[in-house]
Design a protein around this ligand. Structure first.
Ligand code: UD1
Ligand code: UDP
Length: 367
């Protein structure tokens, strides 16, 4: 029984890494198919190197081509390689275009699909990610849920998968597996001349925040105001290429109190995240990681598919208004938080591989 592990972007590589390690440990036959959606060294290869992952057997190099071309290239390349390899199951993770195309290509050639991080919903169909995850959940035979809320979401939609399980999210496994390695191998605070709990870590990349000049400008103003009110904290922004491209395109000026750097590898980034006094972000992964590493979070979005982080007071939704970003940051910098595990116990990858190993055969036998 062979598993096709599909990845395309930074968070997929990171969240698949514990599953890949588990497959290696158990000597399970698998191969990695990379769509090439992310391709810069620090958005792609760096994670394979740092996490010591085997190179993808196939890379479709779709790059930043126009949407229609990416869709066409992914369908063609995935279909061809799935037919060639005939895996027992195609495993996808998250909600990117690569995830949806991996699912559609597998369906087209009659291969089972397993979806890790199933059931997340922002209830906002204007987000490409919401469309991708809904379609993927409805087409998958296996759904691996990170939380109880995720189960509720698919139940209300009447999703009809063959096998569902609450496994937790492999991001917990990835943080546990790499946090100590990060401390041993990196010293990013010294490199950047930062002190623990004396800086705010920022990431912004989501389409709804970067495709709208006014909204991006408002977020930058909100960040600037946080720096003005709390001069004791530095503002550090490892910037996604999408955001730096947009800042250039819109001719926006980055406030002088924000220090922008290039995106970092996972180990250095984990260390930075763990030592931040606050994270201001629109990233899904950061909302999870901050709750795991006990870092208060302000999310610059109008909604989130990680509502548990809000419910338990670890995260606040600020939208994109400068005043609200300042208000939420002030609250999160002063509030006492009771931390609790929301996304699992670090054994999600073991559970997922167990289920795939046992249940894929059963489904094939019944067909
Ligand atoms: C994608 C996912 C998003 C995820 C994010 C993780 C979709 C629809 N979106 O968004 O859900 O949160 O990845 O980071 O799949 N770029 C580069 N170099 C790279 C990668 C991207 O320069 O290696 C720039 C290009 O200008 C590109 C833009 O970033 O056009 C957007 O990249 P894309 O992969 O389309 O979307 P993300 O915003 O990265
Ligand atoms: N990350 C990283 N380097 C960075 C910024 C983020 O390694 O400079 C990691 C981060 O730890 C998390 C993942 O990338 O695991 C989140 O990816 P992103 O925010 O791009 O996507 P999302 O989670 O929103 O889909």
């Amino acid at each position: 029984m062979k598993i096709a592990i599909v990845v395309g972007t930074r968070p997929e590589i990171i969240k698949m890494s514990p599953i890949i390690r588990e497959c290696q440990k158990r000597k399970i036959d698998f191969f990695i198919l990379h769509s090439g959606q992310h391709y810069d060294h620090n958005m792609d290869e760096i994670f394979f190197e740092e996490l010591e992952l085997p190179a993808p057997k196939y890379n479709l190099h779709v790059g930043s081509k126009p949407f229609g071309q990416q869709v066409g290239m992914m369908m063609k390349g995935m279909k061809k390689n799935f037919i060639r390899e005939r895996p027992g199951v195609v495993l996808v993770q998250g909600d990117t275009l690569t995830v949806l195309m991996g699912t559609l290509a597998a369906k087209k050639v009659g291969i089972l699909v397993a979806h890790h991080e199933a059931g997340l919903r922002s209830h906002d169909l204007t987000m490409p990610e919401e469309v991708n995850r809904i379609l993927t959940d409805h087409l998958s035979e296996f759904l691996f849920f990170p939380t109880k809320d995720a189960i509720k979401n698919v139940n209300t939609e009447g999703v009809n998968a063959n096998y569902t399980s609450m496994t937790g999210n492999t991001i917990v496994d990835a943080v546990y597996q790499n946090s100590k390695i990060a401390d041993r191998k990196c010293n990013i605070l010294k490199k950047l001349n930062l002190k623990s709990k004396k800086y705010v870590l920022i990431t912004v990349h989501r389409a709804e925040n970067t495709n709208d000049k006014k909204r991006l400008q408002n977020i930058l103003r909100g960040l600037e105001m946080v720096g003005e009110k709390f001069p004791e904290y530095k503002l550090l922004f490892p910037m996604h290429p999408r955001t730096s491209n947009k800042i250039l395109e819109y001719n926006l000026k980055l406030p002088s109190n924000i220090r922008m750097i290039k995106p970092l590898g996972f180990l250095e980034f984990l260390q930075l995240e763990k030592n931040a006094v606050l994270c201001i972000t629109d990233s899904g992964g950061l909302q999870e990681e901050c709750s795991i590493m006990h870092v208060p979070t302000v999310t610059v979005r109008d909604n989130t598919e990680r509502p548990e982080t809000i419910k338990f007071g670890m995260n606040l939704l600020a939208g994109a208004s400068p005043e609200k970003i300042l208000e939420c940051s002030t609250k999160m910098l002063t509030k006492k938080i009771i931390w609790r595990p929301l996304f699992g116990d670090g054994k999600a990858s073991e559970r997922i591989v167990d289920i795939i190993k046992k249940q894929v055969k059963n489904i094939h036998k019944k067909r």
